[in-house]
Design a protein around this ligand. Structure first.
Ligand code: HEM
Length: 151
């Protein structure tokens, strides 16, 4: 059952409390059985930190990778998550883009294709700047040499 494939639109139909699917790193989890157990706000005084069932309902039927990773869930939380696994996400054209985890190691191990797209573009831009800079420097040197010969 865990290797069942779901499309994004399959997942987006499961948004109810008793029927709640989440996508995390392109895997599909049925979190209905866990929703009542999800911990509530930690008493740290950090007002924005919240938990409980409403956060799960907020991301129900959607890609919850960013929300899940932003919290910095423990290994224990990840183990619970593995127990809720029901299948993998089959991305199709027009789906919302995958959310890579901030740490590249987990992003590459779980979502290699989607995670690397953004970095690929970043490296491309840097390469362009470097090559452009080198060419400009070369041209400058060439012109300088020409001037010196004339003088
Ligand atoms: C099915 C998916 C999820 C599971 C199994 C899960 C599990 C857990 C567990 C076990 C904790 C206790 C602390 C820890 O062990 O890290 C926790 C805390 C928390 N979770 Fe989740 N979580 C899930 C999804 C989410 C999502 C999508 C959000 C969205 C924001 C979220 C927000 C939080 C917050 C804010 C806390 C901190 C509560 C606190 O300690 O004050 N969780 N979660």
């Amino acid at each position: 059952m865990a290797d069942k494939q779901f499309t994004y639109s399959d997942v987006s139909e499961h948004t109810g409390k008793k029927d709640l699917y989440l996508v995390i790193h392109d895997k599909v989890y049925n979190s209905s059985s866990f929703i009542d157990e999800h911990p509530h706000q930690r008493q740290t005084g950090w007002e924005e930190l919240y938990g409980g069932e409403e956060v799960l309902l907020d991301v129900g039927g959607q890609d919850a990778t960013e929300a899940f990773e932003d919290v910095g869930h423990s290994d224990e939380a990840r183990e619970i998550l593995e127990g809720l696994l029901i299948g993998t996400l089959k991305r199709q054209e027009g789906d919302p883009p995958a959310h890579g985890a901030p740490s590249s190691s987990s992003a590459t191990s779980t979502a290699p294709k989607s995670g690397s797209e953004a970095t690929g573009l970043g490296i491309g831009v840097y390469a362009l700047i470097l090559v452009g800079g080198a060419l400009a420097f070369g041209a400058y040197q060439y012109l300088q040499a020409g001037q010196q010969q004339k003088a």
